[in-house]
Design a protein around this ligand. Structure first.
Ligand code: AMP
Ligand code: ZN
Length: 470
């Protein structure tokens, strides 16, 4: 069976066929965080979903290039920078670092590229110039806007993802205070002229000093890193309109994609996360950053598991009880894999068991992760029965374990973090710390190399150094 995914563009489940004629390489872009605060668990539901897509494509043998941008300049950020009285880089750097740490806590595979908007002002200006040349952009008061009317007049469709009725949209009232400069209410800014409130956040451009609009950032960075046409674009459902509609209009307007090779072939959107049945909000007291949950004693693994229990297109009701449930679910899996390890010791794996097939069938069906977990827990029950009956051989246990490890390359909740670190390795890690403290960096490096030679590495985390398998 082939992998099938729900494509927002066609509003249907479609077989996934990459643009690559060899059918192997896949380009995947997911809109990344706006680094103005710590990420909340809603954000992380979307990022865990993107990680699941990437891991499953890799499991299916595709060679994925995964890009996730860092939005490090936009309206909210500029406001916060002004309030904090600091520089843009200082302000966003702190939250970008926190995001990277949180991503690691949740076991997210690192994207191959993490482009920052502020480092792509050149390609952004280049794309706006293309839009100008093709007649879809106009200047008003030093800002540059995208003209939806001109884009449509040239035979393009705006609103492909939502099936928008533009005539209805345009009767809407004015929504932002700078609308007067636009030819039409629905037009959006590609480049925003510098205003006093922007402080030092501005770049020179052919239209004067200013900064990019948020939508153009993703168009420019995704096409720069993945080409003018690529396979998959992901984000939370709130991004469908206007962000993704605008990305399509800017990219296809600027580059003139042929109809059979659009900007993006498959658009995937994750549904939102609710907390105790309600939209998260600070005033309701149900707003959790990832760090809030870690402070309550939950682990990244438990949070990842919970965020992965629901089908991505259904809104998910997050509860603290759910997290406690995740803890006991993981304990059942750990107990089972621990027993399998004990039985399998030294045995070569036998034939591949059914778990992988059942898991694959579930995931091929638009990433039906609920069915995939059902396969996992049925499997746990079966293994427990075999342990009780003492009917499992070491070779069978090794095969079951190999099957589990294969599917855990997708689920990412396996026990690797729990591998006991041998005492001599721990002693080396401590020796390195002591050398660093004494500023004997040559010695610290030697110890680090010795650890490496023995297959271990030290990672410096905010909670201190951590020893990990290479
Ligand atoms: P932001 O940092 O605000 O740019 O958002 C980053 C990502 O989180 C986007 O893909 C949003 O769609 C997504 N997102 C925001 N709120 C939620 C939520 N409550 N549930 C799931 N995803 C969300
Ligand atoms: Zn984006």
């Amino acid at each position: 069976m082939a992998l099938r995914l729900f494509n927002t563009l066609s509003r249907s489940v479609q077989e996934f066929v990459p643009l690559d004629p060899q059918g192997r390489k896949v380009g995947l872009y997911c809109c990344g965080p706006t680094v103005y605060d710590f990420g909340h668990i809603g954000n992380f539901r979307t990022f865990v979903f993107a990680d699941l897509v990437r891991r499953y494509l890799e499991f299916r043998g595709f060679e994925v290039t995964h890009v996730m941008n860092i939005t490090d300049v936009e309206d909210k950020i500029i406001r916060r920078v002004g309030e904090a009285g600091t520089t843009l880089a200082e302000y966003t750097g702190r939250y970008e670092q926190a995001f990277l740490e949180d991503s690691e806590t949740l076991g997210l595979r690192a994207p191959h590229h993490r482009p920052r908007a502020t480092e792509h002002i050149g390609p952004i200006i280049g794309l706006i110039r293309k839009l100008e040349k093709r007649g879809f952009a106009y200047v008003a008061d030093g800002s540059v806007y995208f003209s939806i009317e001109r884009y449509r007049a040239a035979g393009n469709r705006y609103g492909k993802l939502l099936n928008l009725n533009l005539d209805e949209l345009r009767t809407g009232e004015r929504v932002a205070n700078d609308e007067y400069a636009k030819e039409s209410v629905a037009d959006f800014a590609l480049w925003k002229a510098r205003v006093p409130e922007d402080g030092e956040v501005f770049w020179p451009s052919p239209w004067g000093e200013g900064r990019p609009g948020w939508h153009i950032e993703c168009s420019a960075m995704s096409m720069k890193l993945l080409g003018e046409s690529f396979d998959l674009h992901l984000g939370g459902e709130d991004l469908v309109f206007p962000h993704h509609e605008d990305e399509i209009a800017q990219s296809e307007g600027g580059c003139g994609h042929p109809a059979d090779r659009p900007f993006v072939k498959y658009w995937l959107h994750g549904a939102h996360l609710l907390v105790e049945g309600k939209k998260m909000s600070k005033s309701l007291g149900n707003f959790f950053t990832l760090r809030d949950l870690l402070d309550k004693g939950f682990t990244g693994r438990e949070i990842r598991h919970l965020l992965l229990t629901a089908y991505y297109r259904e809104s998910f009701n997050f509860t603290l009880d759910g997290l406690t449930g995740a803890r006991s679910a993981l304990a059942r899996i750990d107990e089972c894999t621990g027993k399998l390890r004990a039985v399998a010791v030294g045995a070569a794996a036998g034939p591949a068991p059914a778990l992988v097939d059942r898991f694959t069938a579930a995931m091929d069906d638009d990433l039906n992760v609920s069915a995939a977990w059902a396969a996992v827990f049925d499997w746990v029950r079966d293994q427990n029965r075999r342990f009780a009956e003492e009917s499992i051989t070491p070779a069978e246990a090794a095969a079951e374990l190999a099957a589990w490890e294969r599917i855990d390359s997708v689920l990412g909740i396996g026990g690797e973090a729990e591998e006991a670190v041998p005492a001599d390795i721990l002693a080396l890690a401590e020796a390195r710390q002591a050398a660093r403290k004494a500023k004997d960096f040559a010695r610290a490096d030697t110890v680090r190399d010795e650890l490496k030679a023995r297959g271990w590495t030290i990672e410096d985390t905010p909670k201190g150094p951590r020893v990990k398998r290479l």
